[in-house]
Structure formats: structure tokens, C-alpha cells
Ligand binder design. Sequence first.
Ligand code: BG6
Length: 504
Amino acid sequence: MEQAALFTIFGGTGDLAQRKLYPSLFRLYKKGNLAEHFAVIGTARRPWSDDHYREIVRDTIKDLAPTDEEAQDFSNHFYYLSHNVNDTDHYDQLKVLADELDEKYGLQGNRIYYLAMAPQFFGTIVNHLKSQEILTTTGYNRLVIEKPFGFDYDSANELNNQIRNVFPEQDIFRIDHYLGKEMIQNISVIRFANNIFESLWNNRYIENVQITFSEALGVEDRGGYYEHSGALKDMVQNHILQVVALLAMEVPTSFSNKSIREEKVKVLQAIRRYDSEEVLQNFVRGQYDTGTLDDKNFVAYHDEPNVAKDSLMETFVAGKFLIDNFRWSGVPFYVRTGKRMTEKGTRINIVFKQVPVNVFNFEQEEADGEELPQNILTIYIQPTEGFSLTLNGKKIGQGFNTDPVKLDFRQSAEVTENSPEAYEKLLLDALNGDGTNFSHWDEVANSWEIVDRIRNTWDQTTPGFPNYAAGTMGPQCAFDLLAKNGHEWAWQPDQWYRERGKLD
Ligand code: BG6
């Protein structure tokens, strides 16, 4: 259905706007969710003209193969205003332009303010939206805000108070782009639409849960940002804890924004708050050194642009969360994420408990010291999308030897290619006023509380960095973390490369 709205994008010349927002708006335009009744104001400091801005917008959508006419029509809805976020006069100009466009396109006073810029300006912008009376009284006013939402609990709380002075919680859409990904949304369907899983989804049957967000890229040109955030704040505080919450939450009474949020918050509250000693036992960090994978050489983190030569910032984290509730007591939720690892891959492994007694080839096994493989449900988030289940079957032939088999479903490349991009879904959700796939304040607050404890403990000790070679799956301590509980990472893509002599 066609939506009427004015988007004001703060940071309209930036990388996010160009790589994600404009192409996503174009997809919505092609699908008819946006048609005649929408306009976009891009603001940033640079003195661009409307014409130049529209040219840039057309350039960002060229991979989506629009016809010339489509590209022209779409980009004609875009307007540019050079803007200094601290200058009140500029907000007055913004108001004039916004009201004009409202009239011209019949936007019914519906406004989406998208903050796609440095977080230190979020508070200032929001205050000005109110003081300069840019907010409309007829339609809706919604705020979409990119991460990072604060840099610890206190700063996040302060930012939240500033924003909540202007926007009520239901009009604040805090982006966590993972929540827009198809397979992250599929976690709830896999759990709640399949009795065979949901009835086993607890500490009686699940031995441990493993969540891996590995990246092959280094920090690229984001050294300046990353030196302040590190892997813990960049990935664990938001994306990973959101996934833990989705995997561990109780079945919501209905699949609504409110019920889901309530259940997610309960999980985050039940995650054990570690003291310093527990942090050191349960969380490890790493930083990449030089490395060679498949004949490609990589520089060490401390030689990346805008990174200090003696940087102590982590580019890798692995840890164990414990959830102290009836369902999960005693089940470790292992998480790991890092830059310059072997492969880009986000996947979840649900490792089920072993059968109590293996009645097959017991003697043989004792001799080999090998156990029956465990059942593992794997959810592939990206780059491939799908899920698999490993089971044990009978080995063909004489006797009753077992043989592991894998039931494997992957979406076809065509389906994956054509499925909506995360930002497209999230923008449409914001247009529909649906906050289900966004982070609510209670979730953000709990996540910071958990992460602050880890950060504060780490800040008191000096790590021995660098401690893993680029191209590997992280430092040895990340493997030891599981080994000390008798577990191991189910996904070890580095082995494939090592076996073929492509990685030391
Ligand atoms: C972002 C992080 O939130 O997520 C980046 O800031 C990271 O450091 C990115 O690379 C990963 O997202 P995706 O969608 O490429 O897996």
C-alpha cells in the first residue's frame, strides 16, 4: 500500500545513506510502497545543489537497473539542504522546506527523521526539531536512529532522556540492522512454528548454544570509530545480544511488538551479571596480527589507517553468557565475533545433549575413544540462508555402526538475491509504525549493563595483543574457553584451509 511521508535524512551525503538508504527507498518505490506522495530532504554540511544531490541518488541506485525515466522520477522527490546541526537558523529553513514539500506532495504531516550521522549530534538535532517547531501536529513524527546508541549505560541513558523529551518511545525506531535480516526474523518461526524444536528448546535437551558472527574484512577505513568501540561494543552490545534474546525468549502471547519486547527484556534481565573475576573466566578478547590466507597477505590491526601502533583495542571477542531462569539454567550461550577471521559468516549452532546411553557399538567406541556425534541444529544467517540438522543414521552394511547425516536446506541464490534487503524492511516497518524489529530502550539499557561490566574489567588489565593471525578463527583462548567445559566450536572453517595448506 502506498505510504505518504517526508523523510529528513541527517547525514544525507554519508556512506550509509548512499549505500543503504537510497537503494532501499528505491526498492520501496518500485514496489509501490512509495509512489507520488513522498519526498526526501537530505541534509549535511556540504554545499550541494538539488541537481547534484539527485545525480548522486541516481548513481546509488544504478545497480538496481532502473529505466532512465524511473531514475529521474524517483530522484525528483529528493531535495538537499546544506545544514549545520548547531545552527538554529538552518532548522528554520528546514521547517520552511518541509512544510512546502508537505503541501506539494500531499504528505499529511507524516514525518520520518533519520539520524544517519555521528552520534554526538543526536541530542542537538532532536532538541531543535522541537524548539523550531518542525514536528507536525497533524500526522506522525517518527525518529529513526542509527547505532551507536551511547557508548556505555550512562551515556545511552542520557541520550535516551534527551530523545524522550521530544519523542515518545513508540515513535523511536533504534536501528539494529540485523533485526531486518531474513534469517534473524526466521529464528522465531523456526522456534515457534515447529513443535519438534520448541518442545526440546530448554536445558533438558540443549547442551549449549553457539553464536558466531565472523567477518573476513579488517577495519577498513573505520579505524577512527573502531578504536573507541572495539568488537565488544560494535557487535556484542547490539547484534549479538539481540540474537541471544530471540533464541532464548519465552513464547510471546501474541506476535506483537509489545509481547515480543516483554519476552526479550526478560531474557536480557536474566543474563547473569558477572563480577570482574567471572568476566575474566568467561570472556576473552583478541586483536589480529599479520596473516596469510589463501596466498593473500593481511596487515596487522595496529598497522591499519587511523589505528594507534600500540592499540589495545580488541578486534575479536568470545564469551559465555549464562541465563539464570528455569528454561536455560546451566546452558552456556557461547558467542564470538571478530574482524579478519577466516570467512564472513553468521550462524547459530544449537547443540543438543547426547543420548543418555549409546547402545550401538559401545565397545568399539570405547576402544576409539570416540563418542556418537551430537545432534546440531544450525541456522545459517548469512551469506547463505537456511538451516540444517545433523542426525545419526545407520551405516550401510553389516552390523549397527552409526553414520552422521545432515538434513540441509539452503535458500536458492535466486530467492536470497530477491529477498528484501534489511534496510528496505526496516524502512517499511518505520513507515508502518511497527517497532517489532527495532531495539527498545529497555533492551538497550540491559545490554549496556551487561557489556559495561566486561569493558570495565578489561580496562583494568593489559592484554597481550596481537594474539591471533589474520585469517584464523581467533586466538587460542577462544577455543580453550569451550574446551574447559568439554565443548568445542561446531563451526571451524579454518580447518578446511589448513588441510589444504592455505592457512598455517
Ligand atoms: C555493523 C558493524 O553494525 O555491522 C560493522 O558496525 C560490521 O563493524 C557490520 O562490519 C556487519 O554487518 P553485516 O550486515 O555486513 O553482517
